[in-house]
Write a protein that binds this ligand. Sequence first.
Ligand code: GDD
Ligand code: MG
Length: 378
Amino acid sequence: MLSNEQIVEDVLEYWWEKGEDVKAVILVGGEGTRLRPLTFNTPKSMVPILNRPFLEHMIEYLKGHAINDIILALCYRPDHIQRYFGDGSKFGVKLTYVVEDPPLGTAGAVKNLEEHLDETFFVFNGDIFTDLDLTAMMKFHRGEGSKVSIALTPVEDPTTYGVVETNAEGKVKRFIEKPSPDAATTNMINAGAYIVEPDVLSHIPKGLNFTFERGLFPLLLERGVPVYGYQSDAYWIDIGTPESYLKLHHDLLMGRVAKGFPGERAGEGIWVEEGCDIHPQAELKGPIIIGRNCVIGSRAQVKGPSVIGQGCRIGKGCLIDEAIVWQNTCLGQGVSLRRCVVAENVFIGDRSRVMEGCVLGDNVVVGPDEKLTRGTKL
Ligand code: GDD
Ligand code: MG
């Protein structure tokens, strides 16, 4: 496997050869309805993954592929994102923000920032986590003389995605967004990462709500414009549902994707950030990440894969088993959390139990001795 430095070198050499400064557009305008209640206050692209906003991981990934010029197409709660990332310099990239009101759809959003795009560019859905090799994809795109290349990934149930039918050379024959089970002829789906030639933008109407999936792709195919699907065995997930949000954490913590963890290593698979007060009789079993300034009481058990956000207080005898807890949440004594997500500033009273699949939004208060049954959303 190539080291990260080698990948960057390889990419830089490739871009330099082409004399390009490749830009990426990230679509972050969606409301994230399927992730509710987690997205009531937090845009989907800002939900924490390993205690850092999702988008920060995405920016780091693009930077790792020598893509430093990133345009964010925003709509829902833009200030949240702009406040955190500023001009991008703190993260080593240049960020440009373009805000839509009302939403223009995935392709309309890109048309809306056309003035920034005069070379071949990337577009990413703002909710996908992948280690896709972008240089290899660019080589494929050039090699085929493609106008739009769509990264493809196999999934078990393609009906909640965009299904992409290709021929043996990878040329796209049909694109069907969210097909019914009998219309899904392949399990290869649109991974939400595209390489686009700027002249393709002339096919998108200005100022109208228009999507890649139901509008542009079918239109390009009808007009005979060459669209290709790029298959790879990269890691890929869309974090759009609580189940996939948990799965991504699970995969990252279990080491299925190469990723550094924040904090100091305090034991086998245990990462603790500064300022924590962990009782010597607390039991920690990795892989876990504990954010800054957390307090963990005696006989509390934290079992991985789990993440605890900064400033949390975990009372005596609590059990946290495969759970994701956001910042400033407080658990009384003897509380148990199992395979669930608890957002920020939540308070859970003594001895309450939160079962598998529960999702608790920001500021929720649960009294003592409650039992939240499987799948409860508050
Ligand atoms: N700026 C902007 N404006 N962004 C938008 C808009 C809009 O009007 N609508 C959606 N987005 C952003 C969302 O924030 C998200 O990052 C991305 O576009 C895709 O929208 P989703 O709502 O997450 O779509 P999906 O997951 O149902 O389906 C899409 O992704 C699948 C892969 O995860 C489609 O592209 C499918 O074809 C694909 O398979
Ligand atoms: Mg999505």
